[in-house]
Every structure is written in structure tokens, then in C-alpha cells.
Write a protein that binds this ligand. Structure first.
Ligand code: GDP
Ligand code: MG
Length: 480
């Protein structure tokens, strides 16, 4: 912890500017990442060129390298391209402000929202219909409380979305398609409206919406037929369904594995039938994110959801920031740069260092110092970026992180007075009983609390010794 901060402070050298040569390796790295993600080579080069032009000559933020700063600009550009807000969004899978790119129309009883799914055969329309139905039924996930694994925390206190969904089987060309939807629907407990394979899809959609109105459904999801390629009949049918039921959403279901083609396909469907957005499927496995970059860039339509597996639960809202991190594969760098810019201003780091060097360092300082480091990403992520710390093993890092969490919990169990006056826990006659209470309150053993206090004390002693050995007037941040 201490050394991480010291390293940050060490970088506070003279002002640096972004130059062609200082970002050369980063340029190569970013280009590689974009191409690996299956971003069109011309798009990738144009993107890089644009970001480069805009950033050459910029002053480098203290505490980060020119390369890191360039990567952050690239990240912002990608984010904007995918419909994210680089101003308010934060990378690393949404530790802070991650927000889905787009919302979905919400209906009500008597006036259901109609969602029409379109797309080529095999794109995942039928699967997406089931997934979306389940998504709208189930409990809301709290995406603001993303855990370490990047999984949203399903907060039980949030209300269920509780939408009452009617699935509609309007793919009449293959009998198996209706069956498939019925099986899916049964597995998630949602009703299906079907009229067999002889009915007209337009009629099916119309009657389904009427049924939904009559029977108190608030959402109607229409699964339609697809073709191998875009053709006039398919578009005609979609248009007719649209004119008849006036859907609130027409979403293109598009396979991310098709990479660059996903973008031109979205544009083609949009000009033919008018889309409100897209669902990008098969983003699991080794499918790459390049499609996400181009879809909105080329068609101007937002990606609203992504499919990440074959199961009905494998649907997530689309988070541009997560995708940008995934494509660049540099979440840690991006995060570090962002946090360095936002939080570890030189003054702040310096103030903290000065405090550390004095004997006044208390538990509140410890907490805010810990927050400063952990907010830059995981301890491991920060360490990787720190010169000289790269050699520390993942196991050791994880252990250190666990210890830090434990210590934080114990500090949270302290009274305000104890936090500001560590002596109460070290030399005071009440120390033992206080420690016992703190251990209990934070779910730890007495020995844990005792160990933490003695470590804390050792750290303080060491720090004040260091400061005494330093010649007067020397900048403490320059101490090795
Ligand atoms: P449709 O023809 O557009 O209705 O496509 P389907 O819904 O029948 O899906 C075609 C195939 O893709 C099926 O085998 C699905 O299981 C699979 N599939 C759909 N979405 C996803 C996804 O997000 N991830 C993976 N791995 N497979 C998917
Ligand atoms: Mg289908």
C-alpha cells in the first residue's frame, strides 16, 4: 500500500507532453487490440489517427505515462462511438457510473409495449425473445454495485421488473421454430401466443397484441422469421407487421460473430424497416467485440442488449464502457489513468505523504489512503502498473487485498474517537476490551484485531523514523 502510493508520487516529475515517439508502443498495442477485436482495418486506422491528432502535444497528467494517457483517450473515443458517455461513465466494468447505453420501451396494462425482433436466420432471435421475456420478468440487477467478478449484484431489495410478457410465434415458415419458442417459454414460465404454421404473420401479431390488451399483458415480444440473406419478402413482411401493430421497438438481432458485417446489416435493416436498436448476440466464447464498435458507428442505432450464452439467463444490457475495456483489453490501464487524473492530484498525494510521515497518521487516514489505492482498480491491477511491483505474485496480491478488506472492516467497527486516536487501542488501559469489541463487530477474531493494531503501530513508527532521518525541507514524496 505504502509503496504503491510512493510510486505514484515518484512519477510527479517535470511536465511531459504527448509526442509521436512517447506513444509509439501504445499505438501499436491499440491497433493490434482493435484488429484482434475484428474492427474494420480502415475504421481502426481512422480511429487511431483521429485520437493521435487530437492528443499530440497534450500535457501528460502527473502520475501516468504518455502511453497510458493516449490509451485513455482511445478508450473515450470508443466509448463515444458505442453510445456511451465518456464524461460520466467509468471503465472497469462499471465500478462507478456504468450505465446501459439505451433503455427499452416500457408498456402498461391495457397499453402494452410491443417489441418486434428481426434478423437473419440463426442470429438468435428466438433465443433472444425468450431471454428478453425472462429479463423483463425477473428481479432488477443492481449494476451500480458490481462486484469483483464483474457480475452485477442482484440486490434482493430491488423490486422485480415483474413485467407480464406475451411471447408471439410469428415465424411460421419452420414448424420447429414455434416449438422452440414454446419450449423456451415454458422453461421461464411465460405464455406464448401461436396460431400454427398456416396463419399469416401479420395476423398473428395483430391478434396477439389484441389478446395482450384484453388480458392485462404489459409487454409483447414478437419473434419473426429470418432468411439466410436480406431479401425483399422478409422486409415486406416486417413492414406489414409494423404498419399493423405499430411496435414501440423494432430490434435487430445480430450475431456478433459476423464481425464487421454486423454493422452493414444493421444499416440495411434500418433503412428498410427502421430500427430502434439492436441486440448483439453470441458475445460469449471467443466472439470479439468489434461488431459493437461498428454497429452504432455505421447505423447510428444503439445496441440495447447483448447475448452472452445459450441459456435464457444469458442476456445483459449493453454497457459501452465494459465493451470498450474489453476491446482494448486494458481495463487496468484505463482505470489507472482515469483515477490518476480524477483523484490523485499531486497535492492530495503529497498531503497524504506528509501526514504519513508525521505521527498524526490515524485510522481515518489509513482508510482514505486505502480507498485511494483501491479506487485505482484492484490492488493487483495497480501493482501491475507500478514499476518494480510487477513481480509480486497473484496469490500474494490477493492475500494482500483480503487483508486490506479485513482491516477496513475493523476500522469501520471503531468509534470515531478510536479512529482519530489510535492510542486508545494501543496503550490505553481499555485497549483490550476495545479490540475485543471491534473484532466482534467486524466478524473477526481478537487475534486479527490485535495483529492489525500492532502492524499499524509498526507502520507508524517506521514512518516517523523515516521522516526524522530526512534532511529538513526535503520533499517527502521523493523519499524512496
Ligand atoms: P433465430 O434463427 O434467429 O431464431 O436463432 P435461434 O434463436 O434459433 O438461435 C440460433 C442458435 O444460436 C441456437 O443454437 C442458439 O442456442 C444460439 N444462440 C443464440 N444466442 C446465443 C448467444 O448469445 N450465445 C451463444 N453461444 N449462442 C447463442
Ligand atoms: Mg427463430
Amino acid at each position: 500500500l505504502t509503496s504503491a502510493l510512493t510510486e505514484v508520487a515518484k512519477n510527479l516529475g517535470p511536465k511531459q507532453r504527448i509526442t509521436e515517439s512517447s506513444i509509439k508502443p501504445a499505438l501499436r498495442q491499440v491497433r493490434r487490440a482493435l484488429l484482434d477485436a475484428d474492427v474494420n482495418i480502415d475504421v481502426a486506422d481512422a480511429l487511431i489517427e483521429g485520437v493521435k491528432k487530437r492528443n499530440l502535444g497534450d500535457e501528460v497528467i502527473k502520475g501516468v505515462s504518455a502511453e497510458q494517457q493516449f490509451i485513455k483517450s482511445m478508450y473515450d473515443e470508443l466509448l463515444d462511438m458505442m453510445g456511451g458517455d465518456s464524461k460520466s461513465s467509468s471503465p472497469m466494468g462499471g465500478v462507478e457510473n456504468s450505465a446501459p447505453a439505451a433503455t427499452l420501451a416500457v408498456g402498461e396494462v391495457g397499453n402494452p409495449a410491443v417489441i418486434l425482433l428481426a434478423g437473419l436466420q440463426g442470429a438468435g432471435k428466438t433465443t433472444a425473445a425468450g431471454k428478453l421475456a425472462l429479463y423483463l420478468k425477473e428481479r432488477e440487477a443492481d449494476y451500480s454495485a458490481v462486484g469483483e467478478t464483474d457480475e452485477p449484484v442482484v440486490a434482493t431489495k430491488l423490486p422485480k421488473r415483474n413485467r407480464k410478457v406475451l411471447l408471439v410465434a410469428a415465424d411460421v415458415y419452420r414448424p420447429a421454430a414455434i416449438k422452440q419458442l414454446e419450449i423456451l417459454a415454458e422453461s421461464i414460465g411465460v405464455e406464448v401466443f401461436s396460431m400454427g404454421t398456416d396463419a399469416d404473420p401479420v395476423d398473428i401479431a395483430k391478434q396477439a397484441v389484441q389478446k395482450a390488451k384484453d388480458e392485462g399483458f404489459d409487454t409483447v415480444i414478437v419473434d419473426t422469421a429470418g432468411r439466410q440473406v436480406v431479401d425483399k419478402d422478409l422486409m415486406m413482411e416486417l413492414k406489414n407487421i409494423q404498419t399493423t401493430v405499430k411496435p414501440d421497438e423494432t430490434l435487430l438481432v445480430v450475431d456478433a460473430m459476423t464481425g464487421q458485417e454486423a454493422a452493414s446489416l444493421t444499416a440495411a435493416f434500418d433503412s428498410a424497416v427502421g430500427l430502434t436498436g439492436a441486440i448483439l448476440t453470441k458475445l460469449d466464447g471467443d466472439s470479439r467485440g468489434g461488431a459493437a464498435v461498428s454497429v452504432r458507428g455505421v447505423s447510428g442505432k444503439p445496441i440495447k442488449f447483448v447475448g452472452v450464452g445459450e441459456k435464457t439467463a444469458d442476456l445483459e444490457p449493453f454497457f459501452p464502457d465494459r465493451m470498450a475495456s474489453r476491446i482494448l483489453g486494458m481495463g487496468d490501464v484505463v482505470s489507472l489513468v482515469e483515477k490518476a487524473a480524477a483523484q490523485v492530484s499531486d497535492e492530495e498525494a503529497k498531503k497524504m505523504q506528509e501526514k504519513m510521515m508525521s505521527a498524526e497518521f490515524d485510522f481515518e487516514d489509513f482508510l482514505s489512503q486505502a480507498k485511494m489505492v483501491t479506487s485505482m482498480g484492484s490492488l493487483g491491477g495497480v501493482a501491475k502498473m507500478m514499476p518494480g511491483m510487477g513481480g509480486i505474485g497473484a496469490d500474494q496480491m490477493q492475500a494482500a487485498e483480503r487483508r486490506l478488506k479485513k482491516n477496513e472492516a475493523m476500522i469501520c467497527s471503531m468509534t470515531k474517537k478510536e479512529k482519530r486516536n489510535p492510542a486508545l487501542l494501543i496503550t490505553d488501559t481499555t485497549a483490550r476490551s476495545r479490540l475485543r469489541r471491534i473484532a466482534k463487530g467486524s466478524g473477526n477474531k481478537f487475534e486479527d484485531a490485535a495483529r492489525f493494531i500492532s502492524e499499524f503501530q509498526r507502520m507508524r513508527t517506521m514512518m516517523s523514523r523515516m521522516s526524522k532521518n530526512m534532511p529538513a525541507g526535503q520533499d517527502p514524496s521523493m523519499a524512496g
